[in-house]
Ligand binder design. Structure first.
Ligand code: G4F
Length: 326
């Protein structure tokens, strides 16, 4: 029997790399969309894929170019498309709203439209985000909670979510959105707060840094492990009918708690090293996120059981071991 084909946008990122490995393990033929800059600088831009580079097929394309995405859809004719690529750093979306909105909204529109034209039977997963809940109108947040985004990033994800639903309703396409809460791992980008904390704590321990400068320590997030969340993405588009699902842990923790566990793991007192820098505060903050995953548990049979402390410790140990060796 022919292998099922999956196409991943954003395959070089944290989620893309875990998803590629997971789908390969399930016997999929895995294709990825990458920008030319990534192909030209594989050492720096494809490090997350080093375990599976020989087993996947990469195609040069960009979210800014409809023709490139259309051509890839024509060439690959995927059975499933996971649209993960985006300008995903919320803080940056305050500095450059235009790029964030253009890339994220148009990019999602192009992916949906290209699939509709080239392979209308393809099942599409859209990476929506808990940032859409923003100034939360309900605690915990579930699929029916009203969106109140607080950044251009959050607004772009709301638009992508609506576009995805509209392609489902207007054109009968199989298109689902995963409303994923924050998810981390040793493969997280260094600009996000968890990796910034784990890597800087490790650098301080090894005498390579003196201080960690952070913004709002009181913000609360529902932090899970990316490796487990990609399984939910896959499950979502195996259902009989497309739908939208909230994915999270159901627990919330502050940035300060993350700091305390990370520094504690290395025997460091955060009071000595952590300083507040106003430049890391956002013009509009999302204060509290926590997921109600009842629907995903019931309909997808998806469960999450990694304790928060284990996630923090895995990230810190990984950074510490890597820096010590290199
Ligand atoms: O790690 P963050 O930058 O992630 P944020 O903004 O929650 O967004 C992440 O999760 C979303 C899902 O809800 C995704 F859609 C999105 O793409 C991304 O993956 O910041 C987390 C919190 C914020 O409240 C921020 O104000 O940490 C606070 N924070 C405090 N000091 C900081 C810092 N964030 C960063 N990045 N850097 C700091 O120095």
């Amino acid at each position: 029997m022919a292998k099922r084909k999956a196409l991943i946008t954003g395959i070089t990122g944290q989620d893309g790399s875990y998803l590629a490995e997971y789908l390969l393990g399930l016997g999929y033929e895995v294709h990825g969309v990458v920008r030319r800059v990534a192909l030209e600088d594989q050492k720096h831009r494809m490090w997350r894929l080093k375990g599976c580079l020989g087993q996947i097929e990469l195609h040069c394309g960009s979210l800014e170019s409809y023709p490139s995405l259309y051509q890839i859809m024509v060439d690959v004719k995927p059975d499933e498309c996971y649209h993960l690529a985006a300008q995903s750093f919320v803080a940056y979306s305050f500095e450059d709203e235009f790029t964030t909105l253009n890339t994220n909204i148009n990019g999602t529109h192009y992916v949906l439209s290209a699939a509709k034209m080239a392979c209308p039977e393809c099942r599409i997963y859209f990476a929506a985000s808990s940032e859409m809940f923003g100034k939360v109108e309900e605690v915990p947040q579930k699929e029916t909670t009203r969106f109140h985004p607080r950044s251009a990033y959050g607004i772009s994800k709301c638009a992508g979510f609506d576009l995805t639903r509209n392609y489902r309703e207007a054109y009968g396409m199989y298109a689902s959105s995963g409303i994923l809460f924050n998810h981390e791992s040793p493969r997280r980008g260094y600009e996000f707060v968890t990796r910034k904390i784990s890597s800087t704590a490790a650098r301080i321990k090894l005498g390579m840094a003196d201080k960690l400068y952070l913004g709002n320590l009181e913000a609360k997030r529902d932090w899970g492990h990316s490796r487990e969340y990609v399984k939910a993405m896959h499950l979502m588009i195996q259902q009989d009918t497309p739908d939208d699902y909230v994915i999270g842990t159901g627990e919330t923790h502050s940035v300060k708690e993350f700091v305390d566990i990370a520094f504690g793991e290395l025997g460091l007192d955060p009071g000595e090293y952590v300083e507040i820098d106003r430049k890391f505060f956002r013009p509009a903050e999302v204060d509290l996120l926590v997921a109600d995953t009842t629907k995903a548990e019931r309909e997808l049979n998806w469960r999450y059981d990694i304790p928060f402390e284990d996630l923090v410790m895995e990230m810190v140990r990984s950074d510490y071991e890597y820096l010590k060796k290199n």
